[in-house]
Write a new protein. Structure first.
Length: 388
């Protein structure tokens, strides 16, 4: 696809590996958190594997110079794609390469292909430029992840998604959800007035079951072993839904009763809990010691992606100081039905939104997060005054 008479968009080639990495280093520096921008072997493998990746570059025709790039990770089983690594050379930004490359891959995957239901992306908040690119391409803001990544300091990132035409209209939401989740639904409904949203749940009806015995956890950091163990424990791919996250640590009860698989990036302190062999809501208060262990390991941010129908799990996370951060309507298709997911997060670092640059559509998400954080961390404060 031609952007203009000088620049063309096309699939990346093997010889583009080092030009792409040089471009990432020029624009983002050496601390770029995405491995494709620092690991040439990983980037080469991604370019060769067209089943799981679509990597597009903007190329200057006369010189073959790579002046822009975008990586899309593809999950055809779950019909979802993740856009990441959008980069444009500073001298070429006047050509609107970022906007056009996102438009190109979005049209290719959501309109011309019948393989995907939605695409999503996260953007940094040091500048609004990437956010504007996704807004102009029809991507919907769905939430924020405070303190999710550590570069020069802890940064908040945003979540965008775009659905194939008709998907949101076909979706049937849960009838009721917990009160703390409703603000996220209300924000999305203001952007999409026809979107059906649940009603507030009677929380007294939520069943609570808790593991009786004390639990001591060990944390195993052996990526290949952990991945093999994960596939052994969950042989059915349908049970491994957590798009584009591969577990690399195993959190195991010393007596072998419980195993929790997670992804951890030591570089920026990010950790996502992916799957447990026991319903994790049954652990409840037993997780407090685990959070302390993860903090000692260097985890600064914990994230969990939960199907909206798993109310006891959501309830346990809320009681464990997790905060609703983002919502993803119709994230997963199951037997022709489209299910909503919520992201809950817990930051181990002090919240700091100073210096953030966000488009106006994210302001309601910031407001609801702050209110939810206050309820979780401040409203439970009990003060007792002595009587004279």
């Amino acid at each position: 696809m031609e952007i203009n008479s000088d620049i063309v968009l096309e699939k990346a080639r093997i010889e583009d590996v080092y030009p792409m990495i040089n471009l990432y280093r020029l624009v983002y520096g050496k601390k770029y958190p995405i491995s494709y921008g620092t690991d040439p072997d990983l980037l080469k493998s991604a370019i060769l594997d067209e089943e799981t990746h679509l990597i597009t570059v903007a190329r200057e025709k006369k010189t073959n110079f790579v002046c822009g790039a975008l990586i899309v990770e593809l999950d055809k089983r779950f019909k979802i794609g993740k856009l990441l690594g959008l980069v444009v050379h500073p001298q070429f930004q006047k050509h609107k390469i970022g906007q056009k490359i996102v438009s190109y891959v979005s049209e290719l995957l959501l309109e011309k292909s019948n393989l995907f239901n939605s695409l999503y992306a996260t953007t940094r908040t040091v500048t609004v430029g990437p956010q504007v690119v996704f807004i102009r391409n029809g991507y919907m803001p769905l939430g924020i992840f405070p303190n999710a990544h550590r570069l020069s300091h802890y940064e908040t990132v945003t979540l965008f998604a775009k659905h194939k035409k008709g998907i949101l209209e076909k979706r049937i939401p849960e009838k009721t959800v917990m009160k703390n989740i409703l603000p996220l639904y209300n924000i999305v409904q203001k952007m999409v007035p026809k979107l059906s949203i649940p009603k507030e749940m009677d929380e007294a009806s939520i069943s609570r079951k808790e593991f009786d015995n004390e639990i001591e956890f060990e944390i195993i950091r052996a990526p290949n072993y952990v991945l093999r163990k994960f596939h052994e424990r969950f042989p059915n791919p349908e049970d491994r839904f957590f798009p584009f996250h591969t577990p690399n640590i195993l959190i195991a009860d010393k007596e072998g009763r419980i195993e929790i698989f997670a992804y951890f990036s030591k570089r920026d302190g990010y950790c996502a809990l992916i799957k447990s062999t026991v319903p994790i809501n049954e652990l409840n208060s037993k997780l407090t010691s685990l959070y302390m262990q993860l903090d000692d390991l260097g985890v600064a941010y914990l994230e969990v992606l939960v199907n909206m129908k798993f109310t006891p799990f959501i309830n346990m996370l809320l009681r464990g100081q997790f905060v609703p951060s983002a919502i993803y309507p119709a994230m997963r298709e199951v037997d022709g039905h489209y299910e909503d997911y919520v992201v809950l997060s817990r930051t181990m670092e002090p919240l700091n939104f100073r210096g953030m640059a966000i488009v106006s559509q994210f302001k309601p998400y910031i407001d609801q997060y702050v209110e939810a954080w206050k309820r979780v961390n401040l409203d439970t404060l009990e003060v007792i005054y002595e009587s004279n």
